[in-house]
Design a protein. Structure first.
Length: 309
């Protein structure tokens, strides 16, 4: 997808319109595509904790979540994208943090920050590395600029990029999600999804299983080669390795295996409800019906047979 000069093909990462494709990544695009009627199957989920925080400037005097009442919070909006996963990420982050302080979204002023450039049009460059780093590193640009200009009082920081922004502008961490219950950390990357075109799974189940085998082997490799895994993720995200411990946890290389564990299904249901409640999705669906555990089960059996042969 990243090699294509056709934005419609690149857009499939967010809308899953490309036939015979697999997608691994944040849950909002996967949930959106399924709600729009796309023929996709959920193959697995995994949970790698992401840095999540509300950031403000020191001169604001905002140091606690309850200080946010009546204050201006940055909310970017991509006006030319079918699913604005970054807006949904920030909004759920605010919602979760405010709830822990007994507040609601209606207690703050959400400042709309329109962005015309779509995700698939920004920094399109064909390289051998196929890394989206040049695009990913800019995720916070609009809200960070608004914060520095005094247009807002606080912004939401997410993953390695949020951790880097905190250090870059010496921001105050009004609230961080470290150590809060799992249900309060649910967001775009928690849990992450692995999906496949339904036709590909039905017509070529063995191919899908072999693909999953490679993911399992890659997760095993990461556990045994943590330094190399850190370098790989740093390149992929366009961040310094320094930010990875804060951005996705020092033990992220131990957390890359997929499953359809019920706790992850429950978390995805919470995420789905949030997207529905706030207008990011139009149609509901049953996640249990969407998921198919057989490819993952068969892939694990296939790998075991390879290792004992």
């Amino acid at each position: 997808m990243r090699h294509s000069q056709d934005p419609k093909i690149r857009e499939s990462h967010y809308t899953h319109t490309l036939d015979n494709s697999l997608r691994q990544g944040g849950n909002a695009p996967a949930l959106f595509a399924r709600s729009e009627g796309k023929d996709t199957i959920l193959l697995g989920l995994h949970w790698v904790p992401q840095y999540q925080s509300i950031l403000s400037l020191r001169e604001s005097g905002i140091t606690k979540v309850n200080h946010l009442k009546g204050r201006r919070l940055a909310l970017p909006r991509r006006i030319n994208d079918a699913i604005d996963f970054w807006r949904a990420t920030a909004l759920q982050g605010y919602h979760n943090a405010l709830a822990l302080a007994g507040l609601e979204l209606s207690d703050v002023e959400l400042v709309d920050l329109p962005i015309e450039m779509s995700y698939v049009h920004e920094d399109v460059e064909i390289t051998d590395a196929l890394t989206p780093a040049s695009r990913s590193i800019k995720f916070h640009t609009r809200e960070m600029t608004a914060l520095l200009k005094g247009e807002v009082d606080a912004m939401f920081g997410y993953s390695v990029w949020g951790a880097a922004v905190r250090g870059q502008i010496s921001a105050v961490e009004v609230f961080a999600f470290d150590g809060v219950p799992m249900e309060q950390q649910i967001n775009n990357g928690a849990p992450e999804t692995l999906t496949v075109s339904g036709g590909l799974l039905r017509d070529h189940p063995e191919l899908v299983e072999r693909y999953i085998v490679q993911l399992i082997m890659a997760a095993d490799w990461a556990k045994q080669n943590k330094d190399a895994a850190r370098r790989t993720v740093a390149i992929e995200t366009g961040s310094a390795e320094y930010w990875l411990d804060k951005g996705c946890g020092a033990d992220f290389a131990d957390r890359l295996h997929f499953s359809l564990d019920q706790s992850l299904i429950n978390a995805l249901n919470v995420r789905k409800k949030f997207l529905l409640d706030h207008g990011f999705m139009r149609q509901d669906f049953d996640i249990t019906d969407w998921a198919d555990p057989r490819p993952l089960t068969n892939a694990m059996k296939r790998l075991q047979s390879q290792r004992t042969a």
